[in-house]
Design a binder for this molecule. Structure first.
Ligand SMILES: [Zn+2]
Length: 197
């Protein structure tokens, strides 16, 4: 594509850095955007500039919003004594889509990882301990990934929080799942997390 103008090549190179987009799909996306200049490319550019100037991290929970405190932290109805701890903002948004949780959140910004030298200082763990003290928290729900790093992080946090109930999400059979298709680890976890019917 030697005859593609340099600024379009530049846009393709930027798009290719997005998660889930390689050079090939970035090229297709840019071509689509250029074809839909008025209805898609320009509105997208405006929206990106707007979000680029207004988006910020909530000073309390780490969610992404447009004010110092995000909408969830600002909502007094969400102060029910529960804080749900998640690894990333995408996990917070996934929890919110379920509408099953009405408390507040705390975004860690990752998990402890010896391999990637991520220690407690790199995560928002000290801030969590501060919030547990200041916000009349009665329960901290650890909604971390069922990975080695996720579980190491959960145990580290549980060890450090005192005077508050610490719970974790159940692991087990997914909704609509059939036992025959599950791995041994998931079936074992589901058996351990069994409950009375
Ligand atoms: Zn917040």
């Amino acid at each position: 594509m030697a005859d593609t103008p340099a600024d379009i090549e530049g846009l393709i190179a930027l798009m290719a850095r997005l998660p889930g987009l390689g050079p090939r799909s970035a090229r297709r996306a840019v071509l689509h955007l250029v074809k839909k200049r008025g209805t898609l490319l320009l509105p997208l550019a405006d929206a990106m500039r707007e979000v680029g100037t207004t988006a910020r991290e909530c000073v309390s929970c780490g969610n992404i919003g447009t004010h110092d405190l995000c909408g969830i932290c600002e909502d007094p109805r969400r102060q029910n004594g529960q804080i749900c701890v998640v690894e990333g903002v995408e996990d917070l948004w996934a929890m919110e889509r379920t509408a099953a949780f009405r408390g507040r959140y705390h975004v860690l910004g990752g998990t402890l990882s010896a391999l990637d030298s991520v220690g407690p200082e790199e995560l928002r763990i000290p801030k969590l301990a501060e919030r547990v003290k200041d916000e009349e928290v009665t329960e901290v729900i650890l909604a971390l990934g069922a990975t080695v790093d996720g579980q190491t992080t959960a145990h580290y946090i549980a060890d450090r929080l005192t005077g508050v109930q610490v719970t974790t999400l159940a692991q087990g059979v997914p909704v609509g799942g059939e036992l025959d298709y599950l791995d041994e680890g998931t079936i074992g976890a589901a058996l351990r997390a069994r409950r009375a019917l």
